[in-house]
Design a binder for this molecule. Sequence first.
Ligand SMILES: [Fe+2]
Ligand SMILES: [Fe+2]
Length: 161
Amino acid sequence: MNAYDVLKDHHTVLKGLGGKISRMPVNSQERQDLFDDMLIELDIHFRIEDDLYYPALKQAGRLIAIAHAEHRQVVDQLSVLLKTPRSAPGYEQEWNSFKTVLEAHADEEERDLIPAPPEVELTDADLEELGDKMAAMMERYRGSALHRLRTKGRAALVRAL
Ligand SMILES: [Fe+2]
Ligand SMILES: [Fe+2]
């Protein structure tokens, strides 16, 4: 599968989850479950980008540095959200800030890095091979109980700090 399609499809998944979460009552179990799913999918997304996609585009050094910085912003905003109790009056605002930062990053990526800028030399075959690797990595993490546990554990740790 083409690497560009893997990423764009997954952006759609993440945005879809974000929209669904926003429509659920803050304290509902459904929202909690969807949010847990989102943490898993987001972690997987950043892994396939940080470990596979961005290194393949290393010739676009400046844009990749920006993308890494944006990942840190998303993680920072997520930490703020995790530390905000669901019962707090500002919770929904923190959720919206997180969703906005995440969506802005995905949109910028689709503008600047998908497709790769001209200085990056990737053939169609390279893009297929890369996409297959990314899809395989996603499947591996999705099927891993350990990954699910680690992601939940990290979120719990951030909440507790
Ligand atoms: Fe990204
Ligand atoms: Fe992305």
